[in-house]
Design a binder for this molecule. Structure first.
Ligand code: ARG
Length: 459
């Protein structure tokens, strides 16, 4: 049991209490951030004349030594220490002697852990943004390839009107683009440095907080020391943004699962991204998509959990806040893992254009266009709606799509129909006529693709 306190205690900590309280098993993951923060703190202390230059040099050399040794695995972070802060400080003193004990001057673990978590979260946000960008790149590549891949668009999971695969995938492009912008917002809002807030009330040492903020690439110091050590808003915002990413991935997964089903057969998953059954030899299951859908619950759970942890906490620091880490780390790992896997699965998936077009054709997705045809020939829309309704009923009886009716069959229901009806209800016409910005027509889609391409090149 190695801890940073004990002077006012007359008894050893109970072993169960020690284990219950310790956080090293999970906070060891930000050892690099802890060391980076300490180096900035020491530089500032020396600049302010609180440490001598010699002390500064010794401490920084010691800290860099610990970092190198952990990284090359000659030093392992063992659980005999209470937390990562104790581990670093104890190791430092072992290496460089008593001068190591000066590291913690003008600092508390409360502002230290607040800093470490912010440094770690900033790195994670950048990583997550990179993964979202890779997903957008795959989506854009597919959109370019599929501006003429016709498929049914659905409402109520019923075939509604024809769209293209480019258009359908484009909807997900918008979702993940918004996710990126949420990440950016969170980064911008959280980018203030809590170091120097002390336990809660600042310190009596003449710290230069602007300087440490600058060394650590923050926009500036936080402006209230009590808030600095007890703010976990940015983690709640990030959990909310990650929950939204997962919600998007989960919806997309649900569609992949439907598209991959025997009934739809719109897609074929790559062997590398699907799994078999131990009993049914014919099976090729979409387990990755199902797991992404399933893991969404964990991330939502983390958001609810942290909100609940924070709701009753009086100012300033309370140990409850230590609970933020496991939740947030798990949600980060889950979201990043799901993004990477989903991107790979999407990139290797085959789209069965024939099946998609056939499905659009056999689902009367062109019924609205047949009604519009009549309207263009002078029939009031309400009557046109009725006439096409009769046509659809007739087609259902005959088990035919609208496209395959003979001219006699059309004329029997309305004399207004002429030969150009075939052109009017063809999948191509139905889609190509929809050319307002945001619609599936090829010209409109190409404009959007160009805009999205410029966006990806710029950010
Ligand atoms: N492990 C603690 C946490 O994660 C570090 C801060 C400890 N501060 C304290 N006053 N006990 O919150």
């Amino acid at each position: 049991m190695a801890q940073l306190w004990g002077g006012r205690f007359t008894k050893e900590t109970d072993k169960l209490v020690y284990d219950f309280n310790a956080s090293i098993s999970f906070d060891k993951r930000f050892y690099a951030q802890d060391i980076r923060g300490s180096i900035a703190h020491v530089k500032m202390l020396a600049k302010q004349g609180i440490l001598t230059e010699e002390e500064e040099e010794k401490i920084i050399e010691g800290l860099n030594g610990i970092l190198a040794d952990v990284e090359n695995k000659t030093l392992s972070i063992t659980e005999e220490y209470e937390d990562i802060h104790s581990f670093v400080e104890a190791n430092l003193t072992e290496r460089i002697g008593d001068v190591g004990k000066k590291l913690h001057t003008g600092r508390s673990r409360n502002d230290q852990v607040a800093l470490d978590m912010k440094l770690y979260t900033r790195d994670e946000i950048l990583e997550m943004d990179g993964l979202l960008k890779s997903l957008l790149e795959v989506l854009l590549k597919l959109m370019k390839e599929h501006t003429e891949t016709y498929m049914p668009g659905f409402t109520h999971l019923q075939k509604a009107q024809p769209v293209t695969l480019a258009h359908h995938l484009g909807a997900y492009f918008e979702m993940f683009r918004r996710d990126r912008s949420r990440m950016k917002d969170i980064y911008r809002r959280m980018n203030t440095c809590p170091l120097g807030a002390g336990a809660l009330a600042g310190t009596t040492y003449p710290l230069d907080r602007e300087y440490t903020a600058q060394l650590l690439e923050f926009d500036g110091p936080t402006l209230n020391s009590m808030d600095s050590v007890s703010d976990r808003d940015y983690l709640i915002e990030l959990l909310s943004a990650m929950s939204t990413v997962m919600m998007h991935l989960s919806r997309f997964s649900e569609e992949v699962i439907i598209w991959n089903s025997n009934e739809y057969q719109f897609v074929e998953l790559d062997d590398a991204y699907s799994t078999g059954s131990s009993i049914m030899p014919q099976k090729k299951n979409p387990d990755i998509a199902e797991l992404v859908r399933g893991k969404t619950g964990r991330v939502y759970g983390a958001l609810m959990s942290l909100l609940t942890t924070m709701k009753g906490l009086p100012l300033a620091y309370n140990k409850d806040m230590q609970e933020d880490k496991e939740l947030v780390f798990d949600a980060m790992d889950t979201t990043k893992g799901c993004l990477a896997l989903f991107t790979g699965m999407l990139d290797t998936m085959k789209f069965r254009k024939g099946k998609m077009a056939d499905s659009a054709k056999h689902g009367f997705t062109n019924a609205t266009d047949a009604a519009d045809y009549l309207v263009n020939h002078g029939v009031p829309f309400r009557d046109a709606h009725g006439i096409v309704g009769q046509l659809v009923l007739y087609c259902i009886e005959k088990n035919k799509p609208l496209d395959d009716l003979t001219m006699e069959e059309y004329k029997a229901i309305s004399p207004v129909f002429e030969n150009d009806i075939y052109e009017a209800v063809s999948m191509k016409t139905c889609v190509e006529m929809r050319n307002t910005i945001g619609a599936p027509g090829k010209a409109a889609m190409e404009k959007v693709i160009a805009l999205e391409e410029a966006y990806l090149a710029a950010e």
